[in-house]
Design a protein around this ligand. Structure first.
Ligand code: NAP
Length: 394
């Protein structure tokens, strides 16, 4: 007999990360659901404390109910272990109380070897899905537009219902791991009746109202914030007329929580990707409008300057995750991300709700800059930044 899902609680993974943390806030602030959080024990800091830290980043003091701790249950787990490290008795209880699993945990490292990405992303999903399939629990899976691999560099339109578009992955190991995850979910739907919603995310950045983003609280530092910081610190940016799909985290979380109550979304994929398309160069122009002095130069010249240590800050050659990535992929930088991601399915679902995605413009970048400079992540546009400006040693 098929398992009847009656519970309303949520099982959430990745709660100490950028997306999971904001989804947790959304669940606590806008629903009355209980939330089971699969969290790793790390660095001697308790799971509850790690959750509190990320909630504090996103909450401006108005959203989080005072009794939030009574609605959260931290489960010490690890994706790569069988049954995610939780014992059978616990899973039986969760299976009774939970109505939806939201899977936000994952490894996002663009330069990692495929095997380590596969272990966490693909095997981790398989471990989780073994349980969700057994208990008939629906699963929301956070994926990426990167599942289209090489196709993101072509001038094509990619639909939410698409997956197989003849793409290949070469060095795109992270993208490949997420593609394998989506394939696995397709297989589990056919063989085990697993019901899922796949949410493919854009380049997720801070809250569109407050600019808030966990700059220091998550385990891995975001590449997108390294892009902004490098431009502000050095006053230089490569010319890149390619997609920069800045997608505010509040839009992502609001839409994901809304999807829990949309039975019609089950079995479908949505693109939570900013529908107002902008390029990397547009984003740099917005930063300039905000008041930063940034010179955009040809990518080859940019890579040469950084790879030969000619850009210095505080008399030291300047390096950042972004400059390292540009140097690492120097032979591939001729490829520009230019695909168009269709959002018809999610637009239809969200149409009656008022949930919308902020435009990528100087107003949004201004909020991000104010937040980052307020946290000391990079300088404010008004400050005297002479000593911070990258200088070419000539
Ligand atoms: N951020 C984006 O722009 C973006 C774009 C497209 C798709 N996505 C997808 O969205 C999901 C969340 O991304 P994010 O930006 O929130 O990532 P993140 O900030 O790096 O957070 C990753 C989360 O996964 C947890 N995690 C990692 N390995 C784990 C393991 N072996 N067992 C249990 N938990 C583990 C981390 O826990 P610890 O704190 O213990 O490390 C953390 O809570 C990922 O699946 C990613 O592929 C993100």
């Amino acid at each position: 007999m098929a398992h009847q899902v009656t519970g309303r609680a949520i099982l959430l993974t990745g709660v100490t990360g950028v997306i999971g943390g904001r989804v947790l806030l959304e669940l606590l602030a806008r629903t009355d659901r209980r939330v089971y959080c699969l969290v790793r024990d790390r660095d001697g800091v308790s799971a509850l404390e790690r959750m509190r830290r990320i909630l504090t980043v996103y909450d401006d003091g108005h959203l989080l109910p005072v009794d939030w701790q009574n609605r959260v249950v931290a489960l010490s787990g690890e994706l790569t272990k069988p049954a995610c490290g939780l014992d059978r008795e616990l899973w039986v209880r969760i299976g009774r109380e939970v109505g939806f699993v939201i899977h936000c945990a994952g490894l996002i490292r663009f330069l990692s070897k495929y095997e380590s990405l596969r272990r966490v992303n693909v095997e981790g999903l398989a471990n989780l899905a073994t349980i969700t399939a057994e208990f008939g629990l629906p699963l929301m899976f956070t994926s990426t537009y990167g599942v289209f691999g090489s196709k993101i560099y072509e001038d094509v339109t990619l639909l939410e219902s698409d997956l197989e578009r003849g793409q290949f992955f070469l060095g795109l190991n992270y993208h490949r791991s997420k593609y394998e995850c989506e394939r696995l979910l397709g297989l589990l739907a056919k063989t085990k009746g697993q019901r899922s919603i796949v949410v493919r995310l854009g380049d997720v950045m801070g809250d569109s109202k407050t600019g808030a983003y966990p700059l220091f609280e998550t385990h891995l530092r975001s590449m997108y914030y390294s892009i902004l910081k490098t431009a502000v610190d050095t006053g230089l940016a490569p010319l890149r007329p390619e997609n920069f799909l800045v997608t505010p985290v509040d839009y992502v979380a609001e839409a994901m929580v809304h999807l829990l109550d949309c039975p019609e979304a089950l079995g479908t994929t949505v693109h939570l990707i900013n529908p107002h398309r902008r390029t990397f160069d547009d984003v740099m122009d917005s930063l300039k409008e905000v008041g930063y002095e940034i010179r955009s130069i040809p990518t080859d010249e940019y890579i040469d300057l950084f790879s030969t240590g000619q850009v210095t800050v505080d008399d030291r050659p300047y390096h950042s995750p972004f400059t390292s990535m540009m140097v690492f992929f120097r032979n591939e930088t001729v490829y520009l991300e230019q695909a168009h991601f269709d959002t018809a399915n999610i637009s239809r679902i969200l149409a009656p709700t008022g949930i919308g995605c902020a435009r990528i413009d100087a107003a949004l970048l201004g909020k991000y800059a104010a937040y980052c400079s307020g946290k000391g992540f990079f300088a404010s546009p008004m400050a005297d930044r002479k000593d911070l400006r990258g200088e070419r040693k000539t």
